[in-house]
Ligand binder design. Structure first.
Ligand SMILES: Nc1nc2c(ncn2[C@@H]2O[C@H](COP(=O)(O)OP(=O)(O)OP(=O)(O)O)[C@@H](O)[C@H]2O)c(=O)[nH]1
Length: 272
């Protein structure tokens, strides 16, 4: 169970969450409420630090910003990871089942071998022949069981590789802003840290802000606003070479970071 708060604790958080929603004039929609509930519970470190940074930077805390936090820090974790965990459990359970069956088969086989070897007797050819025949039968069933085990292990290995690929994909998609497909601010922070720890000592930053976007949304509606944002993002991305980083830093704010570039080259990208 995700939340294990008592009635009293949940009630206290409800009051805090309502206070937050009221302060930022946010409707108490399910998405807004769950993000704010996580925030006041202090239970999701990445979500909390991002929202804190947004508040500190004086960003507009609106339903768009909250939904973006929800998609990246709650939804992805709940659905994709939930399904993945279920699949991983299935592979682990199947492998365990096969492993314990193989263990049982092997120990039965060893017992039968030991018992058979004791019965082998040079002077009693007939009994010895019967024992050898039985041992041959047992060995043949053991070989079939081993084949089944090897196949099961091969399948488990294939499934594990597929799951690893899905885990990598989920990890990758978590780094991207859902609407625009650009990187988000978490990726920006970790990449800049990485750059600064390496030999890179020059980073060009180009900030892009769409003016009067609120007015635009009011005039044409948020759906058209979303289309514009994603088109602008595509353009921004197309101007950045593989070494650069196109980021959606806020609702209608973008940033391009380019490491180790000349002023002139950065200016050309900015002019585009
Ligand atoms: N359609 C849409 N609108 C968004 C999204 N994220 C933020 N916004 C809106 O973008 C607007 C940004 O408003 P402001 O920060 O005042 O910026 P502005 O209206 O462009 O004002 P200036 O930058 O001063 O010209 C707000 O109305 C937000 O609701 C989004 O994902 N989609």
């Amino acid at each position: 169970m995700k939340y294990q708060d008592t009635m009293e604790q949940a009630d206290q958080k409800l009051q805090k969450a309502l206070g937050f929603l009221k302060q930022f004039r946010l409707p108490a929609s399910p998405v807004n409420y769950s993000v704010v509930y996580e925030y006041v519970s202090n239970s999701n470190a990445e979500l909390c630090s991002e929202l804190d940074a947004d508040i500190k930077a004086g960003r507009t805390i609106d339903s768009f910003l909250i939904e973006s936090l929800y998609n990246r820090h709650i939804l992805v974790a709940d659905t994709s990871q939930g399904a993945l965990v279920k699949d991983i459990n299935a592979v682990v359970n199947a492998t365990n089942r096969h492993a314990s069956k193989a263990q049982k088969d092997t120990s039965n086989y060893i017992t039968m071998l030991d018992e058979g070897l004791l019965l082998l007797d040079k002077s009693d050819i007939q009994t010895s022949q019967q024992v050898i025949e039985r041992l041959l039968n047992v060995t043949s069933s053991m070989k079939s069981a081993q084949k089944v085990l090897v196949n099961a292990l091969k399948q488990a290995q294939k499934r594990t590789e597929q799951l690893q690929q899905r885990i990598d994909e989920v990890e990758e998609s978590r780094k991207l802003d859902q609407l625009t497909g650009l990187f988000d601010r978490n990726v920006m922070n970790t990449t800049v840290d990485m750059w600064l720890q390496s030999d890179i000592n020059k980073i060009a930053a180009i900030a892009i802000n769409l003016d009067h976007f609120k007015q635009f949304n009011d005039n044409y509606g948020v759906t058209v606003g979303n289309v514009i944002l994603s088109k602008v993002a595509q353009k921004v991305k197309s101007y950045v070479s593989a070494s650069g980083l196109p980021i959606r830093t806020g609702g209608e704010e973008f940033l391009i970071l380019i490491p180790e570039t000349s002023k002139q080259a950065a200016k050309e990208v900015a002019e585009k």
